[in-house]
Design a protein around this ligand. Structure first.
Ligand SMILES: Nc1nc2c(c(=O)[nH]1)N[C@H]1C(S)=C(S)[C@@H](COP(=O)(O)O)O[C@H]1N2
Ligand SMILES: [Mo]
Length: 440
């Protein structure tokens, strides 16, 4: 029986959380059917390991926490712009070291989000990496012959490009997307990046399967976890340096549909989205898709990082003391309209939007313009994909302010309540968003 990827994640996270709380840093290896062999290609791909870490070309500033108030933070701790690409105000809205997509920038677009308007979530800053010097460095007790970080199995970008390429149209969404509605609609703010609905995007990613690379690197049968680590500056929050952004994946997911992507929508990966190589972990929360990946630890014992123990857990009333698992990304819907958009009064308006869910494809969408819910028309070509476009025709009854609402239901039956359950860190908002427009 196959389970949904997000279900797998909840299982993995639940198990690891219990092990972590019990102080268990060891675990038995999982038995797998297939014996993974040290490919002969490995020798050819293992570089001399002359230089160790590839470095950011620009001096790396100390990271600052973009979301949590930090009394130690000074304005000088971020030197240049944390984001490399231009941030035209009609496409993107800056939010500290991050930028969210403006939903009106998707009006009239195709299925994927063009690279110029894809949201950016940076814990610190976009590093400028030299693709020639860059190496993927795999090490750990889950590999034959590369137990330590100092003697990794290395792959250059050219090595990866020579391996069989795959394409995947996948959605990346920040677990905190729509967090600002906890404050603006429910009067119960949560700390962290104040995303509207624009912390999400779908792109066509191209790269090599992580599983292919793990096998070439000499994966052992006893491997249980894989932890990719970003080459962006170390993340400092509340005066504590948490090290590089990293988060473990169970070996089952790592060998499944995870890509080491080097292209996004037919272009080399842009700097802000992980150049030269990032992970794309379909169906899992955005933090799993580590950008600017460098070291990858492959371990025979369970791995932990602050990104699966301290952050990205559900804390607060109704949740376990150690935090609940983030299961699937929640169901959300957005109109491809500006906030406070002006629409023509006295005629028909074609409202467009998109809905998505981490648990599975969208089954149906309803829209309310003030006089009850009615079904939206789904774009047939999108059925079964990571998000669903829809339309509805609306004739504003009179000039003036109106509130638009959209709600979707996915194939598992999960929908969108009027009020989202709160959690301390403001993850997984799933409430119906009240979108103001003015007919004039
Ligand atoms: N190295 C690194 N990887 C990272 C991050 C980061 O700050 N550093 N942010 C993560 C988070 S929280 C999200 S939501 C996604 C966002 O990907 P994007 O910036 O390409 O949209 O990247 C993830 N990968
Ligand atoms: Mo995120």
């Amino acid at each position: 029986m196959s389970r949904s990827p997000s279900r797998e994640e909840a299982d993995h996270d639940d198990r690891r959380a219990r092990q972590w709380l019990a102080g268990q840093a060891t675990g038995a290896g999982v038995a797998r059917d297939e014996l993974l062999e040290l490919g002969s290609a490995m020798a050819a791909l293992t570089a001399a390991a002359a230089e160790r870490e590839p470095v950011a070309v620009a001096p790396a500033p100390v990271g600052v926490d973009p979301g949590t108030p930090d009394p130690n933070r000074s304005a000088s701790s971020v030197s240049a712009s944390p984001i490399a690409k231009p941030l035209p105000p009609d496409l993107l809205r800056p939010l500290d070291t991050n930028a969210e997509m403006r939903w009106e920038a998707m009006a009239g677009q195709g299925y994927v989000v063009p690279n110029d308007r894809f949201f950016v979530r940076n814990h610190t800053v976009t590093p400028r990496l030299d693709a020639d010097a860059w190496r993927l460095r795999l090490f750990g007790t889950g590999l034959h012959g590369a137990p330590s970080r100092d003697a990794p199995v290395e792959f250059s970008l050219d090595d990866l490009r020579r391996l069989p390429a795959e394409e995947s149209t996948a959605l990346v969404e920040c677990a905190g997307n729509a967090r600002q509605f906890f404050a603006s609609q429910q009067d119960h703010p949560a700390p962290g990046v104040a995303w509207g609905l624009g912390g999400v995007g779908v792109a066509r990613w191209r790269g090599v399967r992580l599983g292919t690379v793990l096998r070439l690197a000499g994966l052992r049968e006893c491997a249980v976890d894989v932890m990719p680590e970003g080459l962006d500056p170390e993340y400092v929050t509340g005066g504590v340096n948490l090290g590089r952004v990293r988060r473990p994946l169970p070996i089952a997911k790592a060998l499944d549909d995870v890509l080491l992507a080097y292209e996004m929508n037919g272009e080399p990966l842009p700097a802000d989205h992980g150049f030269p190589v990032r992970l794309v972990v379909p169906g899992w929360i955005g933090i799993s898709s580590i950008k600017w990946v460098g070291p990858v630890e492959v371990s025979a014992t369970p791995l932990f990082s602050p990104w699966n123990t301290q952050f990205y857990r559900m804390f607060g009333p109704g949740h376990p003391a150690d935090g609940g698992v983030l299961a699937s990304q929640s169901v959300k819907s957005a109109f491809e309209l500006a906030w406070d958009a002006r629409v023509p009064a006295g005629g028909e308006v074609l409202l467009r939007g998109r809905s998505w869910s981490g648990a599975g494809p969208i089954d149906r969408v309803e829209v309310c313009t003030g006089d009850g819910w009615r079904p939206a028309e789904l774009v047939a070509a999108d059925r079964g994909g990571p998000w669903q476009r829809w339309t509805v025709v609306w004739r504003p009854p009179a000039p003036g302010p109106w509130t638009l609402r959209a709600r979707a239901t996915d194939v598992t039956g999960a929908g969108q309540p009027d009020h989202a359950d709160h959690n301390d860190l403001g993850y997984l908002f799933d409430g119906v968003v009240r979108h103001p427009v003015t007919a004039a």
